[in-house]
Every structure is written in structure tokens, then in C-alpha cells.
Write a protein that binds this ligand. Sequence first.
Ligand SMILES: N[C@@H](CCC(=O)N[C@@H](CS)C(=O)NCC(=O)O)C(=O)O
Length: 210
Amino acid sequence: MTITIYQLERSRSERAVWLMEELGAPYAIAFFERLPTWQAEPAFKALHPLGSSPVLGIGDDKIAESGAVIEYLATTQGGGALALGPDSPDYAQYLYWFHFAESTLMPALVGEIMAQFGGIETDHPFRVNARARIAQLLAFTDARLAAVPFVAGDRFTAADIMMTFPFTMTRQFVPVDVEGHPHIAAYVERMEARPGYQRCRAIVDRERKT
Ligand SMILES: N[C@@H](CCC(=O)N[C@@H](CS)C(=O)NCC(=O)O)C(=O)O
């Protein structure tokens, strides 16, 4: 079954590329651009009814939603080397951090980006509360990473691929106080230094070539 990653520039689909590069698993890739409004170009929107990234092709089928895409790839590709199952003592933590990334951390960070783009004053109570929430989430994540080298425990898993993107992406738009959280900062550096991540960057940061 051919796996196709529909890679929208500067978007969550880079997680799928990173995962496949870590696994050394074969995949096809098609590149798409964003419009000046930051929306995906129409050809990308046509791939799936919701029109948001990531979109994964599995043979003739397509699925969306980061958690589903990464879980599908982690469990079916590369012998499942980067997925943990119920037999692992770290399974519960793996699931927790895997889902925390898109269910809790990303929405908080995206809310801050939208508030900034929308011109909401930084001292607006909405933004003050939102930043307090982000500070809580960062402190919580930092405490986890003070205790373990990878979010699930002692080995690199797909949960790290889910958790790295919120930091590498949002810092391009709003200040995310990673430096004030040394364990997050060191973690992100370790993730970015991985050869699989470097290969992913070289692929996703190049010009569209379809
Ligand atoms: N929770 C969804 C969020 C998807 C999402 O918002 N994707 C953004 C990019 S990272 C997008 O497609 N934006 C472009 C657009 O909506 O046109 C997921 O993780 O898949």
C-alpha cells in the first residue's frame, strides 16, 4: 500500500515526514504551498473535505488529523519501532503525551498566535489568561522532561514527534518561553539534532517540486 504524504509548507504534516525518515520507511510526497493569507492553496484544500494539514494517502484512501496520521504510521510502518503498545510499562505516558500535544498544548499556542495576528492587545484579559495557561503547560512539560529524556520515558517514540512540533512551529510566530524552561529547551535541541529530523527539514524546507 503506497503511503503518500501531502506536505503543506510550514505545517503539521512535517511530523509525518519526520516519522518516516526516522523509520527509514518508503513513502511518496507531494508538496503544496500556503497562500499569502496563510491558508492552504486550493489544490491542497481539495484533498480532504476539511482542507487542513496533515493529509495522508494510504493507497486510494486518505485520512487527516495529526494524531490519527501519526498513530497510523507509527503502528503500521517500520515494524512499529516508534510506537509503544499496552505491553510497555510506558504505554500510558506514551498515550498521554502523544495526545497532550494536539489536544491541549497546540490549541493554547495557536490561540496566542491568532490573538496576536488579530491585533488583540497583550494586556487584554483574554490574552493575560491565555498566557497564564501557556505558562502552566510549559512548566508542566518542563517538569516531565526534567525527569525523563523523552516524553514517554527512556526512549524516543512517536510521542516525541507529536510533542516537538508545538515548539518548533509556534516560536516562528509568537515568543514561547522555551529558554525559561531549560529542560524543554534542551529537549527541543536534542530532537532537532537527530539525523531523521535533519533529513525531514531538508525535505520540507525546500521549494515545491511537484
Ligand atoms: N487538529 C488538527 C489541526 C489541523 C490544522 O489546523 N492544520 C493547519 C496547518 S498546521 C492548516 O491546515 N492550515 C491551513 C488551512 O487551514 O488552510 C490536526 O492536528 O490535524
